[in-house]
Design a protein around this ligand. Structure first.
Ligand SMILES: Nc1ncnc2c1ncn2[C@@H]1O[C@H](COP(=O)(O)OP(=O)(O)OP(=O)(O)O)[C@@H](O)[C@H]1O
Ligand SMILES: [Mg+2]
Length: 415
């Protein structure tokens, strides 16, 4: 009992295989596919299902994909399921704000699960339009962060050894760089210097090398404490606002990273920031990239098409201050003096990591301009170039002053 409304993203063998599996699973569940959900940031397929009893569920399917970057592969997808189980078991107070998981399905080269469908808008919806409601965003942020902090992150605290930044971020960049070299316009990755939005920037591999060769640049910025792994991929589309109760927003948090180990919460805050500065508007609108008529010029300007949404800019520029003053977040980093710099440095690395993810994403996505296919190369280039810009400034500030000032760093959004 299935309908034929599933859109084939591309006539690739994986797309065809996915559609076969979707047919099989929906018929086993006796469900009708109502809609394909294209809001996500990964190659997973998501479908909203109408169940025989009239309720709605979401089916999420991941087929093994050769060339998928780590974090977007089948193995990480399977660890996500274990992380949801862990959170529901070890942090039971999070259950009412966290995604439920209903059934799991596994084949040798694919896995899938179902969860209830939560009618929602994402946490950043209130700051997208002409008339952004920034206070409402921070109200939603407060409810989400309070729940994660009180009922999740604070359940476990362990000491952390220095070296995390170089290990997690710089190594990942170096490991994924071949993918960028292979697909991006070669002048972005082959030239020693790029001038992005008027700022001369070092090559990202030079920066990664510098950070691994000079550990003193980041030793005081590294995490001193790790916490219970309550999420790990806290982009704004993973925070669903489902309504209101007693005048306060209600929230469902979905799609954790797929990690079972103690976690640096500042990494998650960096993901919120990266959603606001570049990622979410970039995925919706695409990027306008100009090289002043000369495609081989090292000078390039890059912005989201139509510019960053004004509400996102304001929220991004207020975010670090809001965390510092937050009654439940500030105590988690009270003995972690480098957290601000780490958040901003991590933000730059998130942008470059996302560039590689875009290249391993074959999913057709809807833009706000209509149902058009935003080129993965354009999305990857936008993230890469802005990553180069933010990383340059972050590392230059570490070299000059030993820390990164949020105000001058985020003023890069005004260039
Ligand atoms: N249970 C749900 N109820 C309502 N909407 C959902 C649900 N699950 C997912 N969505 C919508 O689909 C989008 C993508 O889902 P999800 O975040 O699970 O996948 P993803 O980001 O593509 O994948 P991943 O991060 O696992 O690689 C969400 O941002 C949300 O808009
Ligand atoms: Mg997601």
């Amino acid at each position: 009992m299935t309908t034929a409304t599933v859109r084939i993203p591309e006539q690739t063998s994986i797309g065809i295989r996915e559609n076969e599996l979707i047919e099989e699973l929906t018929s086993e569940l006796r469900a009708n596919v109502e809609e394909e959900v294209t809001e996500g940031g990964s190659p997973a397929r998501l479908l909203r299902l109408l169940m025989p009893d009239g309720s709605r569920q979401v089916l999420k399917l991941q087929v093994e994909m050769p060339g998928a970057v780590d974090g977007h592969d089948l193995e990480s997808f399977r660890v996500k399921l274990r992380q949801i189980d862990k959170i529901r078991a070890d942090a039971p107070a999070l259950r009412e704000v966290y995604t439920d998981k209903l059934r799991e399905f596994h084949g040798h080269d694919w896995s899938a699960y179902t969860m209830p469908y939560y009618p929602n808008e994402d946490i950043a919806a209130s700051i997208r339009g002409e008339d952004p409601r920034v206070e409402e965003f921070f109200d939603r942020f407060d409810v989400t962060m309070t729940a994660l902090a009180e009922r999740g992150w604070s359940l476990e605290e362990s000491r952390s050894e220095p070296g995390q930044i170089s290990e997690i971020h710089a190594d990942r960049l170096t490991r994924r760089f071949w993918l960028l070299e292979k697909h991006l316009p070669s002048q972005y990755t082959s030239q020693e210097r790029l001038v992005v939005n008027g700022v001369p920037c070092r090559h990202p591999l030079e920066i990664a090398k510098l950070l691994s060769e000079r550990p003193e640049l980041t030793r005081h910025v590294d995490a001193t404490r790790l916490h219970f792994p309550a999420h790990g991929d806290l982009n704004t589309r993973n925070v669903l606002i489902t309504g209101e109760r007693d005048g306060r927003p209600t929230v469902r948090i979905i799609d954790p990273r797929g990690t079972l180990q103690p976690w640096d919460i500042v990494y998650d805050w960096g993901k919120v920031l990266f959603s606001l500065t570049v990622w979410d508007a970039g995925l919706r609108e695409g990027f306008q990239i100009d090289t002043a008529g000369d495609p081989s010029s090292p000078e390039v300007s890059v912005h989201q098409r139509g510019g960053l949404y004004p509400g996102y800019r304001t929220a991004a520029q207020r975010l670090v201050g809001a965390i510092a003053q937050h009654a439940h977040l500030a105590p988690l980093v009270a003995d972690d003096p480098g957290w601000r710099s780490r958040l901003l440095l991590g933000h730059g690395f998130h942008l470059l990591a996302e560039a590689a993810c875009r290249l391993s994403d074959i999913k057709k996505r809807a833009s706000s301009a209509g149902d058009v296919d935003l080129s993965p190369i354009e999305l990857a280039s936008g993230h890469y170039l802005l990553g180069v810009l933010f990383l340059e400034n972050a590392v230059a500030q570490l070299e000059d002053r030993g820390e990164i000032d949020p105000v001058s760093h985020l003023a890069l959004l005004d260039l």
